[in-house]
Design a protein around this ligand. Structure first.
Ligand SMILES: C[S@@+](CC[C@H](N)C(=O)[O-])C[C@H]1O[C@@H](n2cnc3c(N)ncnc32)[C@H](O)[C@@H]1O
Length: 315
């Protein structure tokens, strides 16, 4: 039996104060949401143009005030997701998403459509994954048939394991179902994203960082924030990153410094007893700040406490 799609009450979010730090609704692995309260005060006070070569889910630009934004990521899907979001308004995106959730028979905590009591009892910690597995796999197969529908990809990201964008060698999305669904946190993050981006001048690019930065005519008031993959930690996007990319990035940042362009770089200096010697050498020429982080392993969700996260800047 089909349940009617409920539209959210108008006052649900309107009565809430905006959160101090916005979380991107893409819930990207390695996003800077939790660290922004520490990082933002280290950025220049007045930024005319924020330039992000590694924008990912966008938690950094969402929490940084500037007049214009140039945002880039080598992953074309993350950029297409941002573009799909900013091309529409919140209500129309939400109603398309809710229709799709219903059409596929996925659970939806936001609409109080949760797995039945019996399943919640038998699979106390994994009932969302059990309930959504078949529907999720159907959604994934439908996405992979054309790879064009960004609303479907958005749902795969939301219902997928650890909210990752993961593709196999054939280019098919291959993340398994996760133990999460479309809930009020997701809707809150979406609403904030839409509200925030509609007043911003954003331009998105999907290039390698060298080509992206190489194509910019820098001017006064620019600030380049870099949050690259971390050489000494593991993540899906680390497949694309090695010593060569790390050294190229440092060379580029040195050139920008020589040209008077302000920048900041986030990175991991040590992790699980391993050091990043290239970073530590590079850091000697600039200002370094210690950042308190609870680094989480993307493989098993365990907390890696023996990590040292730093922020390096010439600003
Ligand atoms: C640590 S994540 C950025 C997270 C982001 N700050 C956030 O808050 O969501 C690093 C990003 O770098 C991107 N990336 C990896 N290699 C790249 C390259 N050569 N050029 C541009 N982007 C790259 C990855 O796709 C990934 O999205």
């Amino acid at each position: 039996m089909k349940t009617a799609i409920k539209t959210p009450p108008k006052t649900l979010f309107d009565t809430q104060k905006p959160p101090l730090t916005l979380r991107s609704p893409l819930f990207y692995v390695g996003d800077k949401y939790k660290l922004m309260p520490q990082l933002r005060p280290l950025f220049p006070i007045h930024i005319k143009r924020l330039i992000e070569p590694f924008v990912g889910g966008g938690s950094s630009f969402l929490n940084t005030k500037a007049q214009t934004y140039l945002l880039n990521d080598i992953n074309p899907y993350i950029i297409r997701l941002h573009q799909a979001l900013i091309a529409q308004d919140f209500q129309s995106f939400l109603s398309k998403i809710l229709k799709k959730i219903q059409a596929y028979g996925l659970s939806c905590s936001f609409q109080d459509h949760i797995p039945p009591f019996a399943l919640r009892q038998t699979h106390k910690k994994t009932y969302f994954a059990h309930y959504n597995k078949i529907a999720y796999e159907r959604l994934r197969a439908d996405f992979n048939a054309h790879k064009q529908d960004m609303e479907t990809l958005y749902l795969l990201l939301i219902y997928g394991f650890n909210h990752m964008l993961r593709f196999n060698a054939k280019g098919d999305f291959n993340l398994p179902v996760g133990n999460v669904d479309f809930n009020r946190n997701v809707v809150g993050a979406l609403k904030a994203y839409f509200e925030h981006t509609k007043t911003k001048q954003l331009q998105f690019f999907s290039l390698d960082f060298k080509d992206f930065l190489g194509g910019i005519a820098f001017k006064k008031g620019d600030f380049v924030y870099c949050d690259p993959p971390y050489l000494i930690s593991g993540s899906e996007y680390n497949k694309l990153w090695g010593v060569k990319q790390e050294q190229d990035l440092y060379a580029l940042l040195q050139d920008l410094d020589a040209g008077g362009v302000a920048w900041g770089l986030s990175n991991l200096a040590t992790h699980k007893g391993q050091e990043n010697p290239y970073l530590l050498e590079f850091a000697k020429s600039y200002k370094t700040f210690e950042i308190q982080s609870n680094y989480i392993s993307f493989k098993d969700n365990s907390l890696k406490k023996n990590s040292r996260e730093i922020y390096i800047t010439n600003a």
